[in-house]
Write a protein that binds this ligand. Structure first.
Ligand code: ATP
Ligand SMILES: Cc1cn([C@H]2C[C@H](O)[C@@H](COP(=O)(O)O)O2)c(=O)[nH]c1=O
Length: 197
């Protein structure tokens, strides 16, 4: 299962709730994140979030981190019957590197085919908010990284690509209205998760 949305949409806030919800129903849950999730992936994350680089370098490093994450965390845990929750996965590459930065979608599809041809999340929760809301939430909480310092136009394009993918893959991607209160979102998440169990 994956959690997606533009920066500040609120996805990380809900991973703990989903973990507890599944654990209470007897599921063995592992939660992780991208870029990162492995020792090498966390080093790549540091570079990706703080160094300027060519767009294609950025896309390739996202997929390098992902390849390692699949090999070390996702595949073995799924094989052991566990539920893997990932804070971002390939939808984020489409949203940020293709939607936001403009990398040819065909190149992204080629990377996806290479790195995980037969693997897709069972469920993707897309936390959707207008970017002014996301911005306010971010500004209130933290020192911004390279992506979070991008302009409004960048996030408009990322959000647009996320929503385009949600329309393309309605059986996998559930859009959560993340302008609601945290409590209301939890009620909605519980409904979505009950259907999956
Ligand atoms: N529904 C909500 N209502 C009000 N505040 C919220 C809501 N959801 C999250 N927040 C707050 O917004 C801030 C950002 O949330 P969070 O870190 O979960 O976002 P995120 O989408 O994971 O961001 P990033 O991708 O940059 O890590 C936090 O301070 C969080 O408490
Ligand atoms: C996986 C992935 C992530 N990003 C970007 C999106 C965020 O701005 C950062 C880090 O994620 P976090 O949720 O804020 O911790 O990385 C990206 O551009 N492309 C990707 O594939």
């Amino acid at each position: 299962m994956t959690f997606e949305g533009i920066d500040g949409a609120g996805k990380s806030t809900h991973i703990g709730f989903v973990t507890d919800f599944l654990a209470a129903r007897g599921k063995d849950v592992v939660s992780s994140r991208e870029p990162g999730g492995t020792p090498l992936g966390e080093k790549l994350r540091e570079l990706l979030l703080h160094e300027k680089m060519h767009l294609e370098t950025e896309a390739l490093l996202m997929f390098a981190s992902r390849r390692e994450h699949i090999a070390q965390v996702i595949a073995p845990n799924l094989a052991a019957g566990k539920w893997v929750l990932s804070d971002r996965f390939t939808d984020a590459s489409f949203a940020y590197q293709s939607g936001g930065r403009g990398l040819d979608r065909a190149k992204m599809e080629a990377l996806e085919q290479w790195v995980h041809p037969a693997l897709q999340p069972d469920l993707t929760l897309l936390f959707d908010v207008p970017l002014e809301v996301a911005r306010q939430r971010l500004d209130a909480t933290r020192t911004l990284d390279k992506f979070e310092r991008e302009q409004a136009d960048f996030f408009e394009k990322c959000r647009h690509e996320y929503l385009r993918r949600a329309a393309q893959f309605p059986e996998r991607i559930v859009v959560i209205d993340s302008t609601q209160s945290i409590e209301a979102i939890r009620v909605r998440l519980a409904q979505v998760l009950e259907k999956l169990l």
